[in-house]
Design a protein around this ligand. Structure first.
Ligand code: 6PG
Length: 251
């Protein structure tokens, strides 16, 4: 008897079809959740992969999303000002949030203007706790990316943050510029009602293999430890990363 399904993989031929697939999923999930619970909490991911999705949501899909009922959060942030091109908040604001009628009070960026990143992590957790009174936040849908080293959000291989048992957000040192980052912790990811990874780029082939393995190892492949409240995680991936003849590039 097999265990519960852990990963559901949706292959797409290219970034455009992957982004459109993600947009259709968000339209369906946002409307169903708002109809059921009156609001939809969506966690945006950083990096480049979601950019086309964000532009689609601001464009041809904009009139299919119940923006007034959405609350927007981030899974991680680089400790730079919002107008820095590396800012995940700044990127989402430019590609999406400045173009849709979401109430400003429904947008909850991770602060990056406090004296220390640790202060910002605690401030973000305090904000989340005003929105989610339980032991853990239960975001309706969390978007995540995958790094070539198996990281997700800003949870990098070997990071002490991977062992954080209680806090909802922490400051970390990333092995990539900019080094100072803030991230939600793995228990926060695991308490999201739904988790969707968007993965593109042939350089992630090996990371995807480790992330989809049946023997997760959070220390070396943080993404492999991602679960949702019901256990399943959805993966929207470029199909080239799944092809058997793919040379599985070494690190
Ligand atoms: C970040 C992200 C990070 C990202 C992956 C993939 O702040 O960089 O949250 O986890 O999702 O590194 O990045 P790309 O989409 O740019 O490949």
């Amino acid at each position: 008897m097999g265990g519960a399904v852990r990963a559901v993989v949706y292959p797409y031929p290219d970034m455009k079809s992957l982004s459109r697939g993600a947009a259709e999923i968000l339209v369906a999930q946002a409307n169903a959740t708002v109809a059921r619970r009156g609001r939809f909490s969506l966690v945006l991911s950083g990096g480049k992969t979601p950019l086309l999705l964000y532009r689609l949501l601001a464009g041809e899909y904009a009139n299919r999303i119940p923006w007034l009922r959405l609350h927007i959060y981030w899974g991680d942030e680089r400790y730079v000002p919002p107008d820095d091109p590396r800012s995940n908040f700044g990127t989402a604001r430019e590609a999406l949030l400045d173009h849709v009628p979401i109430p400003p009070e429904n947008i909850h960026p991770i602060p990056t203007d406090l004296p220390q990143p640790e202060d910002a992590a605690r401030a973000y957790e305090a904000t989340l706790r005003t929105q989610f009174p339980g032991v853990w936040p239960t975001f309706d849908l969390m978007l995540l990316g995958l790094g070539a080293d198996g990281h997700t959000a800003s949870l990098f291989p070997g990071s002490p943050a991977l062992k954080e048992p209680e806090r909802w957000a922490v400051a970390v040192q990333a092995p990539a510029a900019p080094p100072e980052r803030l991230t939600v912790t793995m228990p926060v990811i695991n308490h999201a009602r739904q988790v969707y990874f968007l993965v593109s780029g042939i350089e992630k082939t090996k990371a995807l293999r480790c992330a989809l393995t049946d023997t997760p190892d959070i220390a070396t492949c943080p993404a492999s430890a991602a679960r949702s409240l019901n256990g399943a995680v959805f993966w929207l991936v470029e199909e080239a990363l799944l092809l058997p003849h793919n040379p599985w590039p070494d690190r």
